[in-house]
Design a binder for this molecule. Structure first.
Ligand code: ZN
Ligand code: ZN
Length: 341
């Protein structure tokens, strides 16, 4: 099979083609696994975190990619859940132990043995991939393969963020950054909280215009002060300054949820500008989102199909992955980037 592999960590400034095209033997499924013929794989900012070492793969070479759509090609001897040809998806959660306190409480995203697709196991930047059958998801028929791919991380982890902010309908909601995740979550938010006004903070004018097209009440730069305070905000940026800026716009008791596996260090000095009274006092909260559970993915897919939401997708061929990642790094974004394989 054709695959793109990462052989070591790279700084993207030094090497703009960190992924190498190779031919590998097709993998074969263990008894509880299914072999999937990949048709689409979303490109996520987390791939940059893996390549640049902020959340490094434990071993190399590794095939990245954790928003995978494909069809079951072959099932292991004890994998009976799907038939050959069924369309399935794989999200960031590749496996969890099932026995620890967190797994038993429904928080398998916090499992100490959590394994991530495309980091701890080979992912979807390839023609074929494997997954334990219980960690594959059926995909609603309303979405094409390329539309469905970004739902599996940008959408599902975004949905988890939306659950964690605990907003009431009518309260003001903010998005900090407006890329693959926010453009999906805003559509869910407008459905769930029809009376809430949505405020979007984004660096690029194109992102701000896109947010308005999708129903934002107000869109401004990261530094701008909105006309009203915000009850809850979701941050999807890789930087620190945006979260400092948005904290001063939160209402009393407001909450910020940070939807990012890792932050980059380039603007960390922004944290020194934190003023306790202005940014934190009055019981404001910050919470991070870690990973995703299978229940998040399932609930999100069902809701996405019911509304239905419309993913905005830019397609690239498999060999275009380095290009897509570079554009993501440079924040040339409208909606989600997807490899069509
Ligand atoms: Zn992701
Ligand atoms: Zn566990």
């Amino acid at each position: 099979m054709k695959a793109l592999i990462l052989e070591r960590l790279w700084n993207l400034q030094e090497n703009q083609t960190p992924l190498k095209a190779v031919d590998l033997p097709n993998p074969s499924p263990k008894e509880n696994e299914i072999l999937i013929k990949v048709s689409a794989c979303g490109v996520c900012h987390t791939e940059l975190d893996e390549i640049e070492g902020r959340t490094p793969p434990p071993r190399f070479p590794i095939i990245l990619g954790h928003q995978i759509i494909g069809r079951v090609e072959k099932s292991g001897s004890r994998a009976l859940r799907f038939k050959t040809g069924d369309r399935v998806g794989i999200a960031w959660i590749y496996s969890a132990c099932g026995n620890c306190k967190f797994c038993r409480q429904g928080n398998e995203n916090l499992c100490p043995e959590f394994r991530a697709t495309g980091r701890d196991a080979n992912g979807g930047y390839a023609q074929y991939t494997l997954v334990p059958e219980n960690f594959a998801h059926s995909i609603p028929s309303i979405f094409s393969d390329v539309e469905a791919a970004p739902l599996l991380c940008a959408g599902a982890v975004g949905y988890r963020s939306l659950r964690l902010i605990d907003l009431e309908d009518g309260e003001n909601l903010g998005f900090v950054g407006f890329g693959a995740s926010a453009h999906l979550v805003i559509q869910i938010a407008r459905h769930r909280f029809p009376r809430s006004k949505i405020f979007v903070f984004a660096r690029g004018g194109a992102e701000r215009n896109f947010a308005k097209e999708l129903g934002a009440f107000w869109a401004g730069t990261i530094e701008e002060e909105p006309p009203e305070k915000i009850a809850c905000a979701i941050d999807t940026t890789p930087a620190w300054q945006p979260i400092v800026e948005v904290m001063k716009n939160l209402e009393r008791g407001g909450r910020l949820v940070i939807n990012a596996i890792r932050k980059e260090d380039f603007d960390k000095e922004a944290l020194l500008k934190v003023d306790y009274a202005r940014h934190f006092w009055l019981e404001k909260e910050i919470k991070s989102v870690a990973n995703v559970t299978r229940a998040d993915v399932e609930e999100f897919l069902a809701l996405a199909a019911k509304i239905p939401i419309r993913p905005e997708v830019q397609e690239y061929p498999l060999e275009g992955a380095n290009q897509a990642l570079l554009e993501l790094k440079e924040r040339k974004i409208r909606g989600a980037k997807v490899l069509k394989i």
